[in-house]
Design a protein around this ligand. Sequence first.
Ligand code: CDP
Length: 234
Amino acid sequence: MTQARVEGGAARSVEVIAIDGPAGSGKSTTAQGVARALGFTHVESGAWYRAAALLALRRGLASESTVDGPAVAHAFETCLMEAAEARGTCQIRLDGEDVSAALRSPEVAALVSRVAAEPAVRHVVTERLRSLAGGLGLVMDGRDIGSVVFPEARLKVFLDASVEERARRRSAGDGRDVAPATLDRRDALDRGRAVAPLAVAPDAELIVADDLTLPQQVELVVRLYHEALTQRRA
Ligand code: CDP
């Protein structure tokens, strides 16, 4: 079982499935489907970084060229963030305000990778993400879940697809056109940062999703999870 650290320094065992990958690969939708199939909780870790970016925007902690990492980390650490499933989508509240739509805004998307590259921000977000492990199990999607947040996860998946397919999926999902170059820019920042860059963990299952439908992606991850459980028993 994964030893997930929880707030207060205690440790408890919880099943974790980590789904990492670049923007628009369908990580969140896949993770949501897998969580539903297994009765696990789904956490979209990107929302935590987007919330930090939203705070940076609102409090003037980022300019065109700089991000005040320690100040953003402090702002994030001292805010109350709540996530709840509402009518099939995840609703995020920051200090009681529903910010779900604001987190998906182009302004937040343009800033989030620079905020997420700040070590102080990554530290506080990672601690909060680890504190969410509990219940029957957790499916968490992001960029560094298998490599940093839960390195002992039962199953690690890296979900990839060509940038054209990812832009197509993102445009279909968001209802507004997303250019491949926009995704490419964010991926380059996420892959190139010094701390916890986007990379395939050595023990991750790589899924290239161009020719898979979302239900097929879910089915595949659930199958891989059952195989991982069987291997433990063997
Ligand atoms: O949904 P999409 O794949 O476009 O992005 P997201 O999962 O909402 O993540 C937004 C951004 O947060 C990413 O581009 C990363 O810069 C950052 N992030 C991260 O650094 N580490 C994570 N575990 C999750 C997200």
